[in-house]
Design a protein around this ligand. Structure first.
Ligand SMILES: [Zn+2]
Length: 411
């Protein structure tokens, strides 16, 4: 008889919600500022912006800059000569802290060609790097953009900007085509706050944005939306949080202060959702002194929520991947003598195909149970190393596959 009832917990133990900062690299004033910002967020060391906060925050990057404005890019202009940023990119690709391709480069003044996609993917392949997330950039001249909105041509077969075949075989899995949200937490519990915000977005969608063919908001409030691109490829298109209504939208360092207000963070925890925050966290920071003191306080509050086990902070890609696996996991439990064995199937069925799992991407999965000491978790006939957890805020015991924070390199 199975007297150890098992269920899958939504977030890794002990967290109640999860947040990522999704940083677009545009208008980062200098490499030094980028490094100090990343160190501030990810390490415990002293930085020019204050004492490190010990979070886990990733960033996007560019290979090219085809514009006249100074930008941080891996290569100089559209050349093959490396900038100093290249070495940093390679370090942070390896550590997982640069996890998003913000398109191949800045083509705000036009000029994108398929050869730039080939060169970028060759470079990633050369270093054995797997970037899984893509975020669109800029104005309509960026024909490389992916999705179904106007001028997004990267996945249109026979278009001169077509390149998605390359990205797909390389392994891009999550894209951001432009979907924004004001709802504080996706895939969240249906609290009063979530229902009210979703209602307001429905009103906006039906009136202000009624002429938009491709909806800007996802009225089901999902973190990832299964999307069919023009070339028949299926991808996950995810949403990013802009603000809780009506404030300006430069989404620079000053807007970030408002986006990360403690009231928003507390609401996210209550709503038990995922939040991927849309930001350009170095924009507006040409001088260390411009770093808003209030933002530092807000980040300290977030760090406190993280350390106390209420809010998981992770890179955009890890959050997307965790949610994808958690929501689609196939598992069964059975009783063997006194032991309950949870068996995780080696694949999930998503985007109309079987997606193979490996042990290293199961981190964080947590199962509620009555007697943790009598539970084992197996994957591909191997018993995994697990943590047996005390009661969480719901008063329930659990076992989990340990979630490890990414280690920030000494840069
Ligand atoms: Zn951008």
């Amino acid at each position: 008889m199975n007297n150890n009832s098992i269920s899958l917990r939504k977030f890794p133990y002990p967290y109640r919600a999860a947040l990522a900062l999704a940083n677009d690299i545009d208008n980062t004033p200098s490499l030094e500022m980028f490094l100090q910002m990343m160190k501030l967020l990810n390490s415990d060391s002293q930085t020019s912006l204050g004492k490190g906060l010990g979070l886990e925050v990733g960033s996007s990057f560019w290979f090219f800059n085809a514009t006249k404005s100074p930008q941080l890019s891996y290569f100089k202009g559209i050349d093959s000569i490396e900038n100093d940023f290249a070495v940093v990119c390679r370090e942070l690709w390896n550590s997982g802290h640069i996890d998003v391709l913000h398109t191949y480069g800045d083509f705000d003044e036009g000029g994108f060609k398929r050869k730039f996609a080939e060169k970028s993917i060759n470079e990633l392949t050369k270093y054995g790097v797997k970037i899984q997330t893509w975020i669109n950039h800029g104005n309509k001249n960026n024909l490389q953009n992916l999705g179904l909105y106007d001028s997004q041509s990267g996945a249109i077969p026979h278009h001169s900007a077509y390149h998605f075949d390359l990205l797909k075989s390389y392994g891009i899995r999550y894209i951001w085509s432009g979907k924004m949200t004001h709802v504080i937490g996706q895939d969240a519990n249906k609290t009063l706050n979530i229902r009210a915000k979703n209602f307001l977005q429905t009103v906006l969608a039906n009136f202000k944005y009624r002429h938009c063919e491709e909806p800007l908001f996802d009225l089901q409030n999902r973190l990832r939306i299964k999307t069919l691109l023009q070339d028949g490829s299926l991808v996950w298109d995810f949403q990013r949080f802009v603000n809780a209504w009506g404030q300006e939208q430069i989404l620079d360092i000053n807007d970030l202060t408002k986006q990360l207000k403690p009231s928003i963070v507390k609401t996210l925890i209550t709503n038990a959702g995922y939040l991927i925050v849309y930001t350009h966290m170095c924009e507006g920071l040409s001088d260390f002194k411009q770093f808003p003191l209030k933002l530092y306080d807000h980040l300290k509050f977030i760090s406190k929520m993280y350390q106390s086990g209420k809010l998981l902070i992770a890179t955009t890609t890890r959050l997307l991947q965790y949610s994808e696996i958690q929501q689609n996991l196939i598992w069964q439990s059975r009783q063997e003598d006194q032991i309950t064995k949870i068996e995780i199937t080696s694949y999930i069925e998503v985007l109309d195909e079987k997606y193979k799992l490996s042990e290293n991407i199961l981190e964080g999965l947590t199962f509620y149970c009555d007697s943790p000491e009598k539970v084992i978790i197996s994957f591909k006939d191997k018993n995994l190393k697990i943590h047996r957890n005390p009661k969480d805020y719901m008063g329930k015991y659990s076992v989990s596959i340990p979630w490890k924070k990414l280690e920030y390199p000494d840069l």
